[in-house]
Design a protein around this ligand. Sequence first.
Ligand SMILES: [Ca+2]
Length: 203
Amino acid sequence: MTRIPIILDTDPGIDDAVALTAALFAPQLDLKLIATVAGNVSVDKTTRNALQLLEFWQKDTPVARGASVPLLRPLRDAAYVHGESGMEGYVFTETSRRALPAPAFQAMYDCLINSDEPVTLVTIGPLTNVALLLTQYPECKARIKRVVMMGGSAGRGNFTPTAEFNIAIDPEAAARVFESGLEIIMCGLDVTNRAMLAPEFLA
Ligand SMILES: [Ca+2]
């Protein structure tokens, strides 16, 4: 099976822990890099959670720490949903694993130019890192296959009556991505609220 190379940009987050696990184990995917971003909780916590999840699963995918705040706004997190740690209700064993020294947008760029084929960006948090990547390295667009985005909504929102969390937290970053000309597959709330993991996949 030809595996699709992806970078996962994430803010775990309980739901993102499930998505990260799915990405690690899906035979169709080649997870090259995990980029963390502030969103559900601070970037220190989302990075720690990503590293602890890798420890839990005994996987060695590199992790790059991303943006700590949205492009132009203060962070409004979702600790009221995910708990103070972002993974409330589960106590991980400590890990000595560390994030890469480079910031996420730089690690994403390095991953893109070192890949044999264009890489798909899978974003399941605010789009701050991708906006920084496109701003710093606009030429890297040719190395991006497409953006598959959990964000937005074709119906109601979950942060305000009309706005979805990932977009609402950093709307300027989202605008930069939507205006980039990249192919975007948007999985909004109207899609994700109906997406199920089948028992065969969970097994
Ligand atoms: Ca998320």
